[in-house]
Every structure is written in structure tokens, then in C-alpha cells.
Design a protein around this ligand. Structure first.
Ligand code: PEP
Ligand code: MN
Length: 337
């Protein structure tokens, strides 16, 4: 349930409503819009249905939120959320490009890749230090050493960084080194990890599980918001379908659907969505045309030598070409890169 207050509601009237909700054993989350304040009621709300909340001074309307996700819903926050990460706004006019290797391999290679993607217009460096690999025999990432390399390169080049956290016990460590923590497709329903990420105030890039519905995806985001962290960026990265030619199938529908259902920004990962570098550019064009707020792209200076996902990584030249092409698409839909 959300309670919409009238413009210019007095602080004491607002507090009286909040106190009433708390006295029923429920939590509140406040969405402070330009015009209006909205109070989100968190918890089992059945008890609220019999409360005459409209009778409280300051209440304009009470809206039962039928969707199971509340805080991520457009009803709760009608305006788009803009996630601010050290001067970079995600969810604003500018389409934000995140790029880098699948895995951090060593300092020199990451520096080369980062230098290239920065030159082409990427603002955020991606790279995994903890890799959730399908096979236990595949490269698992450099761990803490990888985080240190990432921070060194990002600081040196003035880039922000995003890296995956796969264990709730590592959240603190990852946020110490990276600007955005990524929760990957395989962990989208790792609820302890989501809760831990929610307790931190650091931005979270939440990727859609490969077998998750849009509703389940938004419920996972709800876990993070319900712990008090509203800095969530969603990422559509393809889902598993009967098609096997591509690694996954990009659910392009998810971009406008999520824009409709939620205020959170949504970006697209064309690399994992396709699994083939030759498809990345076309799919990225589609993502921006559909309204994506950004892209996260795998790029490697020598894809044939990459420790993981080389087959879906763009080389520096193709990445540069792609960003130039995307500039025109962005402009056509009223955005910029
Ligand atoms: C990644 O971004 O490196 C990754 C493993 O992606 P996903 O979780 O979407 O498979
Ligand atoms: Mn990868």
C-alpha cells in the first residue's frame, strides 16, 4: 500500500501517519518527490486495509499496490530514479557505457583495455575478480588481487568501476574497492546476498537471472530496496529460451516493460545476451532504441587470449566503432552518450 500525501502536508501530520503505521508493526519508506511525498507501507499489509488512513489530515489518497513489489514500483515513485555514482548519473539523459573484460587477468592487460574503452567513451570499467563459473575447473578470478588491480587502474584513468560479488561475506570487501557491486544472473535469487547488498548504501547492479521472470527480477530488487538501499540499477542480460544458436535471448521487451513497472534504471548486457561478439553491436543499437539507460559490454584488447568469454568480447577497434554508431541512435531517441 502507498499513501500519497497532499502537496505541502505539514511535518507533524506526516509524522502522525508514520507513527500510526509503525504502531501496527509495519515499516515505512518515504519517497520524496518534487511535488508530493509518498509513504510506502512495508510488511504484511492486511491489517492496513481496515485502517481509515484517508481520515488522517494530509492524506490525498491511499493506493493498494497489487504488484508484489512495492518500493521498486512506479506507483511508489512516479519519477525515474537517477543513480548517482561519483558524478556519473545512471538513469538520466546520458546513456552510460560500462565496458571491460569479463575477468580481471593482470594489471597490464586491464590497463590496456581500460585505456581503450575510456578513449571510446566508456565511463565505467567492468571486470570480474570473483567469477561465478559454470565449471569448477574454469578460471575463478583473481579475488582480492583482482579488486586491487581494478581500483588501481580505475583511479589512474579516472574511471568508475563495477565488479561482481558472489558471497555475502565479501560485500564489505568489494565495496571498499569498487564503485558499483554487481550481483550476477546466477545469484539474482541469493536472498542473503541481496539483503547484505541492501544493508550497504553502495550502488548495486542487479542482473536478471537467466530463468527469471520480470516479476521475479523486480522482487529481487525489492529485497535490496527493502533493506534501505535504493541505489539499484537493473540489467537485462538475456534469458534462456529454446534457441541455442545464441548463448541467451535478449528479452528486449523487458526494457520498456521495466520502465513502465519501475522507476529504477535498466541497462542491457549485449555480450552475455548473445554470446557472440558479431551480434553485440546490433543488439546494443536495439537496446538503446528501446530505452535502455546504459550498456555493460565485454571488451578485450586480445579477445582470442581472454581468460573468459573471449568469443563474446569486442576488440578495442570494434568497440570504438560501436560507440560511434550508438551516438546516432541515442540522439534519435532523445538521449546522448
Ligand atoms: C558477468 O557480467 O561477468 C557475468 C558473469 O554475467 P551474468 O551474471 O549476467 O552471467
Ligand atoms: Mn563474462
Amino acid at each position: 500500500m502507498i499513501i500519497v500525501l497532499r502537496p505541502k502536508t505539514r511535518e507533524e501530520d506526516k509524522n502522525r501517519i508514520i507513527d500510526k503505521i509503525h504502531s501496527l508493526g509495519l515499516k515505512t519508506m518515504i519517497s520524496q518527490g518534487v511535488e508530493r511525498t509518498i509513504i510506502g507501507v512495508i510488511g504484511e499489509e492486511d491489517i492496513m486495509r481496515v485502517q481509515p488512513m484517508e481520515a488522517f489530515p494530509g492524506v490525498e489518497k491511499v493506493i493498494p499496490v497489487l504488484a508484489p513489489y512495492k518500493l521498486v514500483s512506479r506507483e511508489f515513485k512516479p519519477e525515474d530514479s537517477v543513480i548517482k555514482v561519483k558524478g556519473v548519473d545512471i538513469g538520466a539523459k546520458r546513456v552510460v557505457v560500462m565496458a571491460g573484460p569479463c575477468a580481471i587477468e593482470n594489471l597490464e592487460t586491464l590497463r590496456d583495455i581500460a585505456t581503450a574503452v575510456r578513449k571510446s567513451g566508456a565511463l565505467i570499467l567492468r571486470g570480474g575478480a570473483f567469477k561465478p563459473r559454470t565449471s569448477p575447473y574454469s578460471f575463478q578470478g583473481l579475488g582480492l588481487e583482482g579488486l586491487k588491480i581494478m581500483k588501481e587502474v580505475a583511479d589512474e584513468l579516472g574511471l568508475l568501476s563495477v565488479t561482481e560479488v558472489i558471497d555475502p561475506r565479501d560485500v564489505e570487501l568489494v565495496v571498499k574497492y569498487a564503485d558499483i557491486m554487481q550481483i550476477g544472473a546466477r545469484n539474482m535469487q541469493n536472498f542473503n546476498l541481496l539483503k547484505e547488498a541492501g544493508k550497504s548504501k553502495k550502488p548495486v547492479l542487479l542482473k536478471r537471472g537467466m530463468m527469471s521472470t520480470i516479476k521475479e527480477f523486480l522482487m529481487s530488487a525489492e529485497y535490496i530496496l527493502s533493506e534501505g538501499n535504493f541505489n539499484v540499477i537493473l540489467c537485462e542480460r538475456g534469458i534462456r529460451t529454446f534457441e541455442t544458436y545464441t548463448r541467451n535471448t535478449l528479452d528486449i521487451n523487458a526494457v520498456p516493460a521495466i520502465k513502465m513497472l519501475s522507476h529504477l534504471p535498466i541497462i542491457v548486457d549485449p555480450s552475455h545476451a548473445t554470446g557472440k561478439w558479431g551480434l553485440v553491436c546490433a543488439v546494443s543499437r536495439a537496446a538503446i532504441a528501446a530505452g535502455a539507460d546504459g550498456l555493460i559490454v565485454e571488451v578485450h584488447t586480445h579477445p582470442e587470449q581472454a581468460a573468459s568469454d573471449g568469443e563474446q568480447s569486442l576488440n578495442a577497434e570494434n568497440f570504438d566503432k560501436m560507440v560511434k554508431e550508438l551516438t546516432a541512435i541515442a540522439r534519435a531517441v532523445g538521449r546522448e552518450i
